[in-house]
Design a protein around this ligand. Structure first.
Ligand code: BGP
Length: 478
């Protein structure tokens, strides 16, 4: 058998993409509450506070805030061993800089975690998943401000103390590396509450935010271990290999540099220090960071227990820029090109199951067998309910099945130390990048549409039963 008996099969969502109830329970506004709906090719807009007449899909999302028990029942029916979600920071600290937390917010997650345990489901919790308090972005300028470290650590400590007997697996910042995705302002805004293009030196601002987040994350790791040494705290990165387009040395050099952009985050958070290539880059680009000796000691003392990561796609770089392939519309880097060997989703994300094994092997080798956790993987598909009130989502079964098959090889053949697998959007969430309902990821269909129709009823898709069987057989039958 490839997977150990305690392998964590489950599913993943994030608070802002499912909960709704955006102004209930004393919750403050978060940075995702002021993002309008978008669609493929039409960016989500950011408004000044909540404006009348604008449409904000996250305000209602899929009403998980009121329906979570029924949804957790469905997860239990599939046999989930764990469920990954996040704690909406603004439910606990509505503005972010308060001294005392909001009891109603804390109680909400208490009940949710209790309910999960009553169904034999282990919570896997992200502390900051694109939903930091809006007030911290507006009044403090977001993570370019050192004060954010204290606010985050206070939030993390309150959560660790309150849920120390209920939550074992934690992650600090969702896709901490994605804010370096210069092609989409959304990432900087949601990761850090900062619009990087408003800075004269956007790269400097990005690295400064990342540095303060490294310090905050390392302090959180130390706090968690003090409070309950059994708690495991991971980092969370958006991961995937970048391939050279051709077997040209110049393409390989580019691929190495592209991987550095990704490994930079895990290098700091796993090794506990800044890699040499980063110091060189700072010197070359004139990046001068506020980094104290104490910060560096903190980073060294607060290395993570595991690497959580999302995997959706791989990338390909061509040193001759676009030759006979067109540059990918999803990325602004002219060297990033389409991979002629791979198909794409309707949102132009490459489909590359083998790439999952590649990145698992890379992490395993680079970090000497550190535990890994695939906390997101999945495919967005446009779907409608058929006459039998279900969706025959064979394309999802094919996508997930082929990825699980590669993950199995990584464990069985390569010996990778893998904790679990939580496919993204196990119940159709609101899409993050486009704010759409129609980009569906789930095993469970949610009756809600971009035109406002639908009543939030849940329906089991074909993949629901397929994944149930995968879990039942511990991944032996795909
Ligand atoms: C990741 C985020 C998730 C999620 C996923 C899919 O970047 O961590 O929050 O949404 O991508 O992206 P999308 O919803 O845009 O399809």
């Amino acid at each position: 058998m490839a997977f150990p008996d305690n392998f964590l099969w489950g599913g993943a969502v994030a608070a802002h993409q499912v909960e709704g109830g955006y102004a209930e329970g004393g919750k403050g506004l978060n940075v995702s509450d002021i993002l309008t709906g978008g669609s493929h090719g039409v960016a989500r807009r950011l408004t000044e506070g909540v404006q009348e007449g604008e449409y904000y899909p996250n305000h209602e999302a899929i009403d998980f805030y009121h329906r979570y028990k029924g949804d957790i029942d469905l997860f239990a029916e599939m046999g989930f061993k764990c469920f990954r979600t996040s704690i909406a920071w603004a439910r606990i600290f509505p503005k972010g800089d308060e001294e005392e937390p909001n009891e109603e917010g804390l109680a909400f997650y208490d009940e949710m975690f209790d309910y999960m345990h009553s169904k034999g489901i282990e919570p896997v919790i992200t502390l900051s998943h694109f939903e930091m308090p809006y007030y911290l972005a507006k009044e403090y300028g977001g993570w370019v401000n050192r004060k954010l470290i204290d606010f985050f650590v206070r939030f993390a400590t309150v959560c660790f103390e309150r849920y120390k007997d209920k939550v074992k697996y934690w992650m600090t910042f969702n896709e901490i590396d994605n804010q370096f995705n210069a092609s989409n302002y959304l990432f900087g805004w949601t990761n850090s509450g900062v619009l990087f293009d408003q800075y004269d030196k956007p790269l400097q601002a990005m690295y400064q935010c990342a540095h303060y987040q490294f310090v905050a994350s390392a302090l959180a790791v130390q706090k968690a271990h003090e409070i309950n040494p059994d708690m495991l705290v991971g980092c969370m990165v958006s991961a995937g290999p970048t391939y050279p387009f051709a077997c040209k040395p110049e393409d390989e050099l580019l691929a190495i540099d592209a991987m550095h952009k990704e490994f930079f985050f895990t290098d700091v958070m796993v090794h506990g220090n800044y890699p040499r290539y980063a110091e060189k880059l700072f010197a070359r680009e004139g990046i001068d960071l506020d980094r104290t000796e104490e910060d560096l000691a903190t980073i060294a003392a607060g290395t993570v227990d595991y690497i959580g990561f999302s995997y959706y796609m791989s990338h390909t770089v061509n040193s001759e820029a676009a030759t006979d392939v067109s540059t990918s519309v999803a990325l602004t880097d002219p060297h990033m090109v389409k991979n002629p060997y791979l198909k794409e989703t309707a949102w132009e994300w490459t489909i590359d199951p083998v790439g999952l094994r590649v990145i698992l092997k890379m992490f395993d080798e680079r970090y000497n067998g550190i535990p890994l956790f695939i906390v997101e993987n999945g495919i967005g598909i446009i779907e409608t309910l058929d006459d039998n009130k279900t969706v025959e989502d064979d394309a999802r079964i094919e996508y997930l099945g082929s990825h699980i098959a590669e993950m199995k090889k990584a464990v069985e053949i390569d010996g990778v130390n893998l904790l679990g697998y939580t496919p993204w959007g196990c119940i159709d969430p609101v899409s993050f990048t486009t704010g759409e309902y129609r980009k569906r990821y789930g095993f469970i269909y949610v009756d809600k549409n971009d035109d406002g129709t639908g009543d939030f009823t849940r329906y089991r898709k074909k993949s629901f039963y397929w994944y149930q069987h995968v879990i039942e057989t511990n991944g032996e039958e795909l």
